[in-house]
Every structure is written in structure tokens, then in C-alpha cells.
Design a protein around this ligand. Structure first.
Ligand SMILES: Cc1cc2nc3c(=O)[nH]c(=O)nc-3n(C[C@H](O)[C@H](O)[C@H](O)COP(=O)(O)O)c2cc1C
Length: 307
């Protein structure tokens, strides 16, 4: 158990008990794990992307394994705003879980409406705006490709809420630094990166794509080096913008890489499927590491040595 070291982490206006979160879409609504994990210890649970109305998502198969990772094309299947707020939120509040709501809209109005509604919901610590999902036809990654539309979404959300706003960036943007700068100017308190990278896998026996959606998002250790590079680049360009690093983080060494590259916090994603306690294990190992080294995670942020 952690305890001796203060892992309190500040991301702009958002203060978390520790810098270890679980990534949206890899931990359900948090409640799926409540009987086996002390979910209230997790720095923040980024819940599965919530849309105004429930969504059934893409046709199966929706996930498949790849070397050192997985492909998914869930298509943002989710229970929708009403069921989340009425059924899941009360239970998350009762568990004292720290909840960041990941939102998905097909239009600026939908993003704004979700922000307006969540602003009033007790127990929501912040919003993570998904402008980077590769698996849906409208909205999703489309908004995150260029600075202008990324800024528009951010502004439409910012205008509706005082909650901390995190914008989740796509690794597929042609100029990620420009997108990060644009969302910062539009009022984002922090950015999270990266979302998945589009990939494809083919069953050589049936000669068919292994995903019903043909293509999907690649995640896991396979994308870690790409994500570290992107965190590094965004941090160098915008040192004052808090970054939440995501991509193949499963343990202490992988998390430390992200801190050194410039992340102030990290999210554990695909690793949760193999080990539902990956995040709480990481909190423990990070705490021990900080105690042994006499430091706090913030001391490591961006401290990669280049010369
Ligand atoms: C099955 C699955 C579902 C996901 N759903 C969402 C989602 O709803 N919203 C979102 O912003 N990201 C979603 N993601 C992306 C993850 O949050 C994360 O950015 C990505 O998987 C990279 O991290 P990882 O390599 O640690 O998994 C999903 C990822 C997976 C594997």
C-alpha cells in the first residue's frame, strides 16, 4: 500500500490524490471492477466515452490482438448520459471514486450540451473531451485533426462549464503541437495524449479483416514509443500546459518514461485488460520509488537528459 509519499498531483485547476488514472474505454464505468480493486485509490477513473444518447457501437468482432498490443473498433458504445448520471454516478459517488467523464459528440452543440449538463452533476471532477476516436464516422477524430476545429470544440465546452477541461488529442493530427496550442488558447486546462492509432489486421485463412469495422485503433505497448515522442514534443513546445501521458503504460518503468518526457500524470489503458489492478499496483510502486529516491513525481516531469 502507498502512504508515506504525498503523490498529490495538480493539473491546472484539477487536483488528484495521485497521478495514475485509468484510460477511457478500458475500465468501463469503474464499477465493473469495484469488487476486485480499491477503485477509490485510483487518481481518476476516466469513464467510457459518454454521448447524449446511448450508442450500440460497431458490429463485432470489435477487438483483436496484435503483436504487443490490440486493435479495437468499439464505436463508442455507451449507456448514454441519462443512464450514466442516474445509475452509475450515484454508485461511483458512494464509492468515493474520482471520476473524469470522457465525452463524445457528433457536433459542437452536442459537446456543448454534454458540458452544460455535466457541469451540474455532483462528483464529476473534470471532463475529458474526446476529439480523437478513430472508430466512428461522424465526430470523433475528425475534430482533432486540425487546430481550428479542435479549438472550436474546446471553446464550445469551455463556454458551458467551470469544470477542469482536458482535451484528448489524436496522434494522427498532422501537426500535434499546433493542435495542442490551439486547444490551450481555447481554454483547455490540460491535454491527454495519445488516443489510439488506426490499424488493420487480416485473418489469412478467411482473408477477411479481423475487425467487423475493417479498421480499428491500435493500443498497448506497440504504441508506447510513439506516445512518448509526442508527449515530449508537446511538452517542449508548451511547457506550461499540463499533459496526461497515455500509450502502452503498464508499470512503473513505462510510467516513468512518460514523466521524464513531460507528462504530469499518466493513464493506464490496455494493461487493465491483463491486470485490473495495474493502476493501483502502479500507485504502490510509484510511491515506493519516490520514497527511495526522495522525490515526488513532479520532480521528474520533462527531466529527460538530452546532452
Ligand atoms: C477497447 C478500447 C476502448 C476505448 N474507448 C475510448 C473512449 O471511449 N474514449 C476515449 O477517449 N478513448 C478510448 N480508448 C483509447 C484509450 O483511452 C487510450 O487512449 C488508448 O488505448 C491508448 O492507451 P493504452 O495503450 O494504454 O491502451 C479506448 C481504447 C480501447 C483499447
Amino acid at each position: 500500500m502507498s502512504g508515506a509519499v504525498d503523490l498529490t498531483t495538480k493539473l491546472g485547476p484539477l487536483t488528484l490524490a495521485n497521478p495514475v488514472m485509468v484510460a477511457s474505454g478500458t475500465y468501463g464505468y469503474g464499477l465493473e471492477y469495484e469488487n476486485m480493486v480499491a477503485i477509490e485509490r485510483i487518481g481518476a477513473i476516466c469513464v467510457k466515452g459518454i454521448s447524449l444518447l446511448p450508442r450500440v457501437g460497431n458490429p463485432p468482432p470489435r477487438v483483436c490482438e496484435t503483436p504487443a498490443g490490440m486493435l479495437n473498433a468499439i464505436g463508442l458504445a455507451n449507456i448514454g448520459y441519462d443512464a450514466f448520471v442516474n445509475d452509475a454516478m450515484p454508485k461511483l459517488r458512494a464509492r468515493d471514486a474520482t471520476v473524469i467523464v470522457n465525452t463524445y459528440g457528433t457536433s459542437l452543440e452536442e459537446f456543448a450540451e454534454l458540458a452544460r449538463r455535466f457541469d451540474k452533476i455532483e462528483g464529476v471532477a473534470g471532463l475529458e473531451i474526446n476529439i480523437s476516436c478513430p472508430n466512428v464516422k461522424s465526430g470523433g477524430m475528425h475534430f482533432g485533426m486540425v487546430p481550428e476545429s479542435a479549438a472550436e470544440v474546446t471553446r464550445s465546452v469551455r463556454n458551458e462549464t467551470d469544470l477542469p477541461v482536458i482535451v484528448k488529442l489524436s496522434p494522427e493530427a498532422a501537426d500535434l503541437k499546433a493542435v495542442a496550442a490551439a486547444v490551450k488558447d481555447a481554454g483547455a486546462d490540460a491535454v491527454s495524449l495519445i488516443n489510439t492509432i488506426r490499424g488493420m489486421s487480416i485473418d489469412i485463412n478467411t482473408r477477411k479483416p479481423r475487425l467487423g469495422n475493417v479498421m480499428g485503433g491500435l493500443s498497448g505497448p506497440a504504441i508506447r514509443a510513439v506516445a512518448v515522442r509526442m508527449v515530449f514534443e508537446v511538452h517542449r513546445a508548451l511547457p506550461d500546459l499540463p499533459i496526461i501521458g497515455i500509450g502502452g503504460i503498464s508499470d512503473l518503468p513505462s510510467a516513468l518514461e512518460f514523466f521524464l518526457a513531460g507528462a504530469s500524470a499518466v493513464q493506464v489503458g490496455t494493461a487493465n485488460f491483463a491486470n485490473p489492478r495495474a493502476a493501483t499496483d502502479l500507485i504502490d510502486t510509484l510511491s515506493t520509488y519516490c520514497e527511495e529516491k526522495h522525490l515526488i513525481p513532479a520532480d521528474l516531469v520533462g527531466k529527460v537528459i538530452l546532452e
